[in-house]
Ligand binder design. Structure first.
Ligand SMILES: [Zn+2]
Length: 199
């Protein structure tokens, strides 16, 4: 019996991409802004990531946009709660659990003496998309390194990221931009306060 895994055709999203998606709701000058403004934006993003086939992705509508935002925010809440060592909002947990029950599931295809591990899609492209978004995050929380999730230490950023550095001491989503910006802001603050309070 031969078992084949069709590597040419999978729909997995990696963790970094999933976290990028969570950060589409972000802070700008202290205000929350949502980068997902039109249904076509998330649709095209999932196609670009290989989660959905272009020809099968369909046209997304406003309710789809509302749903994808809700799932994104629920996942964000769960990750934030883990980072902040608090209990997540039960509604967010429920949203994530609903999502996990949908989407692409592994499926055996038997053809003569060959067993192929294929997959079956969810009821809609949006179901597949939200499930693929939740999967790498939930996998990391369950059996990876949940202590490596971070919220950027720059208070004007607060991006969610995963710290894959050897020392696990990363504090900023991006050292070059956020880290330096935060340092410069602190420096200005100290300069304003004068040398007596600087430390
Ligand atoms: Zn940042």
């Amino acid at each position: 019996m031969l078992i084949q895994h069709p590597h040419d055709h999978e729909h997995d999203l990696d963790l970094e991409a999933a976290l990028d998606f969570l950060n589409t709701r972000e802070l700008e000058h202290g205000q929350v802004v949502d980068r997902l403004e039109r249904p076509a934006q998330p649709r095209d993003w999932f196609v670009g990531q290989g989660v959905l086939h272009e020809e099968a992705a369909g046209t997304w509508t406003d309710p789809d946009l509302v749903r994808i935002r809700a799932v994104r925010d629920a996942l964000h809440e769960v990750v934030d709660a883990v980072v902040q060592e608090r209990r997540p909002d039960p509604e967010a947990v429920e949203v994530v659990n609903d999502v996990l029950a949908q989407g692409v599931v592994p499926h055996l295809d038997c053809d003569g003496t060959t067993v192929r591990i294929g997959h079956r899609h969810g009821a809609s492209p949006v179901d597949d998309a939200v499930a693929s978004l939740a999967a790498p995050i939930v996998h990391e929380l369950a059996s990876g390194r949940p202590d490596r999730f971070r919220i950027c230490a720059n208070d004007t950023c607060r991006w969610t990221f995963f710290d894959a550095s050897p020392t696990a001491r990363r504090r900023w989503c991006d050292m070059k931009t956020c880290g330096n910006r935060a340092k410069a802001a602190r420096h200005r603050q100290r300069a304003k306060q004068g040398p007596a309070t600087a430390s």
